[in-house]
Write a protein that binds this ligand. Structure first.
Ligand code: NAP
Length: 312
């Protein structure tokens, strides 16, 4: 058992990093725990153009997150890379246990975000990393000159399809309806791009290949018709990127907190039903999941944690 912190922040996305910035500036003894890469969902994003003031040419989600992390550490926030396995949230002292260590604090800010939802096609798990991916920034370059398919019709699917046109011969968006959910400004770019095609009213149902993905079966949801798409022989491989939404990372707290469709319920001050436990960012119930709203949640959660500590 190490030292006791004022606040432990779980998650190093925009919500967690902003909570760290505010907690650090308030001189709270702050520990931020992230199991892998900083940035959460934006680490998977090739460009960020709607964060206020962000007009740097070539800004990626990774570079924005790196500057957020540096700013947070400047104010004395300690960092640990650990995968938390158990969380005891109910007592006055909260305990989070990772691979080898247990961390203690009087307040916790849960900013664990959400993970990509599987596309839902047969054999999907077998082809992850062998044709199927959920991150265009990470894997797009592997598909240079190939045909790439993108499942989904929201902001992520359409933005990432646009990004993938930098590498792919052509990109086909497979969407289960005949209208996109993505913001109009993003849609316009996709409709204007000659390298983007659309398979409307369709879902990917089966992935196949002897080693890598080379055959994809798509079903028309209106007619039931199945279309088998094969990689051109000279390519030998297809790409399939999934952007069909996200699932909240709340398994650790499911038996302790009130959840709505898997997301943590909070009040407007980021308080959960447990005193001293706050939630911020994509992991909580909210109407708009964006970097700017995650950052705002993180700021509010840190200020509320400080007030809670002052009142103890
Ligand atoms: P989303 O908005 O939930 O969209 C998911 C898309 O996948 C929808 O088009 C949905 O179809 C489709 N879908 C869901 N389940 C499916 C299934 N089982 N099979 C086939 N298709 C399925 O998710 P997102 O695009 O990842 O965005 C998540 C949040 O982040 C949103 O709030 C979004 O605005 C935000 N975001 C913002 C930006 C930006 O502002 N630049 C960029 C990325 C994400 P239906 O349309 O039929 O429901």
């Amino acid at each position: 058992m190490g030292k006791e912190y004022d606040v432990i922040i779980l998650g190093g996305g925009p919500a967690g990093l902003t909570a760290g910035l505010y907690a650090g500036r308030s001189r709270l003894r702050t520990l931020l725990i992230e199991k892998s890469q900083d940035g959460g969902q934006i680490a998977l994003s090739a460009s960020v153009e709607n964060y206020p003031g962000q007009m740097l040419e070539g800004e990626t989600g990774v570079s924005l997150a790196a500057r957020m992390a540096a700013q947070c550490e400047r104010f004395g926030v300690e960092r640990k890379a650990d995968d938390i396995q158990t969380a005891e949230l109910s007592g006055e002292i909260k305990r989070l246990t990772g691979g080898t260590e247990t961390y203690e604090a009087r307040t916790v800010i849960l900013a664990t975000g959400a993970s990509p939802r599987p596309i839902g096609c047969e054999n999907e798990a077998d082809f992850i990393g062998r044709g199927i991916s959920y991150c265009a920034t990470c894997d797009g370059a592997f598909f240079r000159g190939l045909d790439v398919y993108v499942a989904g019709g929201g902001d992520s699917a359409v933005e990432e399809a646009l990004f993938l046109t930098r590498f792919a011969r052509k990109v086909t968006i497979i969407h289960r309806r005949d209208q996109l959910r993505a913001a109009k400004s993003i849609q316009e770019k996709a409709f204007a791009n000659p390298n983007i095609r659309f398979l409307w009213d369709s879902v990917a149902v089966k992935a196949e290949g002897s080693d890598v993905l080379d055959t994809l079966t798509v079903r028309n949801v209106k007619t039931g018709e199945l279309t088998v798409i094969k990689a051109p022989p000279e390519d030998g491989m297809l790409g399939l990127f999934g952007f069909v939404g996200y699932l909240p990372n709340t398994e650790l707290f499911a038996d302790q907190l009130s959840l709505e469709n898997g997301y943590i319920s909070t009040d407007g001050e980021m308080r959960t039903a447990i005193p001293g436990v706050f939630a911020a960012g994509d992991v909580r119930v909210k109407s708009l999941r964006q970097v700017v709203t995650a950052a705002a949640d993180g700021a509010v959660a840190a200020v509320q944690a400080e007030r809670y500590l002052a009142g103890l």
